[in-house]
Design a protein around this ligand. Sequence first.
Ligand code: HOZ
Length: 433
Amino acid sequence: MNNCKSRVLFEKAKSLIPGGVNSPVRAFRSVGLNPPFISKAKGSRIFDVDGNEYIDYVCSWGPMILGHAREEVVEAIVKAAADGTSFGAPTEREVELAELICQAVPSVEMVRMVSSGTEAVMSAIRLARGFTGRDKILKFEGCYHGHSDGLLVKAGSGALTTGIPDSAGVPADYARNTLTASYNDCNELENIFREYGNELAGVIIEPVAGNMGVVLPEMSFLKLLRSLTIKHGALLIFDEVISGFRMSYAGAQGYYGISPDITVFGKIIGGGMPVGAYGGRKDIMERISPSGPVYQAGTLSGNPVAMAAGIATLEILRDNPSIYAELDKKAEKLEKAFLEAGRKNGVPICVNRAGSLLSAFFTKEKVIDYKTAVTSDTAMFAKYFAAMLEKGIYIAPSQYEALFISAAHTDEDIEKTVRCVAQLPLGEWVHAR
Ligand code: HOZ
């Protein structure tokens, strides 16, 4: 595969941008390759500056559920941009997107727009503290909630991929207020609540974990979490940056039937433009400035172009509910392909799938939490990644990220991917070690 231009660009980028990238996993370090530089994308395909074409299963790490450059979304963006790209003043589009979100997700009675998932989480945590008058928060190992100080503790995603789940630069005093527990561990949860329950401002969780690879929640664990948070007066915060509008139109909370107090969104609600939002019960949300004393602001919050892209995306999802069943079917075919490839080659693979989110772990363990996720053979993952890329299949360059399916993936795309998975010489790789 020709990658001359990408290599030259990466060298130049490294002299100008730390690591050559604006977000760590993009550097492909954990898979030992150079990243292709992307020039454009359409539907299920992305194209690099060397003219290579790939079937894209990164989908910008989640937002592109309708595929790239979907006509209605592009039209909405162009129309909004032509009317001015930022005013720093209220607009009708903000109200429209807020209404769409509140109608889709019943636990969200009010919502505040920001510009990224990190910003939304950071603000939601401040809100939980301001509302309860408590400082401590609980998070789960391997869950990733953006890169704000208090949450870079045993974090997943790029932090885990690059081997720094506890980042340098986070004051120990700050991280002291962040407690961590194992995902899906009911006993540990009960113990933590017994000891700290009445000091917790909130518990933040990815209701479907997508940043240590995909890990599904046990229903009993989610239910226990909900009942303990109610009992101890701690707010339950669902980070639905990945699962929101993906697991279902009502997110993971709609899928599992558990209502949090606060929900954090990002990705899909911006249709590929920079966006984040946090919303929840009215009495909690009314604590945010200027209604209440919890301060949070942003020049580009509710940006008209991002709102337009989000509205167009959510309207399509709302008006075409069959999209979710179709995504599920496509993802199921990929799930079966990985399982079959593992069986055929005598290589243990654990496939975790939540709707159109999927991870194949090279491990004999059932992956249910951080500890089991990191048993995965990442050297094997790197070989699999390189082989798929060579065949024109673009997946996230990390064992600890999800594979995303979009409405634009055609049956032919899926069949080609299934064939590529079937051709992987998994057995040879195992024996070569
Ligand atoms: N942390 C993001 C995925 N969970 C990576 C985003 C990016 O590199 O674009």
